[in-house]
Design a protein around this ligand. Structure first.
Ligand code: ADP
Length: 474
């Protein structure tokens, strides 16, 4: 059996007990990983704490060089990493390689941005004083990541952390640990010193609690469910850690009467069905102006009909399997709930009998009302529920009627309307005529219960920096 180990202080670390990793397209076990717990979690913090001084004292340029070495190794191996990702996560190979590129763009971007961690001098109130403000790394950080972006969620956290001079302990999702371990192996090959990046696999609760109790861990950056995010925030209180949270979303996708409907349909395909609907910025609810409803649905259904579902390693597949059985159950439950409450299932929502894995074909629901589960809870699957609206004020209010506030999409060709709606929605990311807004140099993060803090751009490195004020009297 293909067995992978954790990496702590640059060494492979194993446990007696193993966890199986399966391919969601075939249900075959593809590898085993260690079932680490508190002991390994503490060992990882020891390593990161020991490595901190030397790493933080390197110049930004030296750290940038090492990050760029890592970038080049990932670039050389992106197809193999993509295949590994498809095998453990399910997304189509082209999409997986796309994710590796996206993940790697954080490494190269922060290799540079680390050089621009500027301080300030502030005018003093006395002639014999100078006031200096410096930025310093927060220290050891913990990164806890989900399965939907097995590479990008790691680099989006650790690239800015390392560039800032922090060291890290990482816990990837138990569903997709292999991509994470491979990335950290490459970081070691790139010359990033032992202990700077450590990866622990196993019991999430035990590892998480050990890190949250440890006063040496000064920051936690988490992407995942709102439930676990809230738990970590509570746990962080005892040692007053900094917290960055990227939690759930429930993205409204608004198609106005002035939209280019073909562009909007293509944007919705990109936003909705990427990763089989398993991203926190996926469109969850579609609001179409009543005057263009039928026309839009025809365009959209035609595009959905072209999507091919299957094993992501097969050529030309657009949609792979969902991650596990409970993901399929949730999608089916949301479909059933909608249909029972009066929605029409126009297309899709079926299993694929020829495949063993967790497949659901892309679904389109119409005649949807706001009380259906798919309109309030995160489906995390390939369902597009479509409803209509009459006025901009109405659609802004309905879009905002959610505890979430991560991403919103607006398709319109009218400038005044674009400004009115994009400024009116309470969301951290707005895709205006754009179904895929995420990029390394821009801030990613949510309002309300979708999270705290921002990843990407110069905002992303601030999360790993402390501000130190030095008052000089002479
Ligand atoms: P998802 O539904 O996306 O899997 P989770 O929040 O369950 O979301 O998982 C995201 C990450 O959080 C995973 O790495 C998972 O193992 C980890 N996790 C789950 N429960 C806990 C916990 N109690 N403490 C720390 N990490 C946890």
């Amino acid at each position: 059996m293909n067995h992978w180990q954790m990496i702590i202080n640059g060494k492979e670390v194993d446990t007696k007990e193993k966890i199986e990793v399966s391919n969601p397209a075939t249900l075959e076990v593809i590898a085993t990983i260690p079932n680490g717990g508190k002991a390994e979690a503490v060992q990882a913090v020891n390593a990161a704490a020991n490595a901190l001084k030397a790493w933080s004292q390197k110049t930004a340029n030296e750290r940038g060089q090492l990050l760029m070495n890592w970038f080049h190794l990932v670039e050389q191996e992106k197809e193999e990493i993509g295949k590994l990702m498809t095998t453990e996560q399910g997304k189509p190979l082209a999409e997986a390689i796309g994710e590796v590129n996206y993940a790697n763009s954080f490494i190269s971007w922060y290799a540079e941005e680390g050089k621009r961690v500027y301080g300030e001098t502030v005018p003093a109130s006395a002639l014999n004083k100078r006031l200096l403000v410096q930025k310093q790394p927060v220290g050891v950080i913990a990164a806890i990541t989900p399965w939907n972006f097995p590479a990008a969620m790691i680099t989006r956290k650790v690239a800015p952390a390392l560039a800032a001079g922090c060291t890290a302990v990482i816990k990837p999702s138990e569903y997709t640990p292999l991509t994470a371990i491979r990335l950290i192996q490459l970081a070691k090959e790139a010359g990033i010193p032992d202990g700077v990046l450590n990866v622990v696999t196993g019991d999430a609760q035990e590892i998480g609690s050990a890190w949250m109790e440890d006063s040496r861990v000064r920051k936690v950056s988490f992407t995942g469910s709102t439930k676990v995010g809230k738990l970590l925030m509570r746990q962080a209180a005892d040692t007053v850690k900094k917290v960055s949270l990227e939690l759930g979303g429930h993205a409204p996708f608004i198609v106005t009467a002035n939209a280019d409907l073909e562009k909007a349909a293509k944007g919705l395909i990109a936003s909705k069905y990427r990763n089989a609907g398993q991203t926190c910025v996926c469109a969850n609810r579609v609001y179409v102006h009543e005057s263009v409803e039928r026309e839009f649905i025809e365009f959209f259904k035609a595009e959905v009909g072209k999507l091919k579902v299957g094993n992501g390693l097969t050529e030309q597949v657009d949609i792979g399997p969902l991650i596990n059985e409970s993901a399929v159950k949730k999608v089916k439950d949301h479909l059933e709930d909608a249909v029972n409450k009066g929605a029409s299932l126009e297309i899709g929502g079926e299993s694929v009998p020829s495949e063993k894995g967790y497949f659901v074909t892309p679904a389109v629901l119409t005649n949807v009302s706001d009380d259906m589960k798919c309109m309030t809870e995160e489906t995390f699957g390939p369902i597009a529920p479509i409803t209509t609206y009459k006025t901009n004020q109405e659609v802004i209010e309905r879009a905002n009627n959610s505890p979430y506030g991560l991403a919103a999409y607006i398709f319109t060709q009218d400038l005044a309307e674009a400004i009115e709606i994009s400024e009116g929605v309470e969301y951290g990311i707005v895709g205006l005529n754009d179904g895929v807004p995420s990029t390394a140099q821009a801030p990613f993060g949510g309002f309300k219960e979708s999270g705290l803090g921002r990843e990407g751009g110069h905002w992303g490195i601030e999360e790993y920096l402390e501000t130190k004020y030095i008052s000089i009297a002479f």
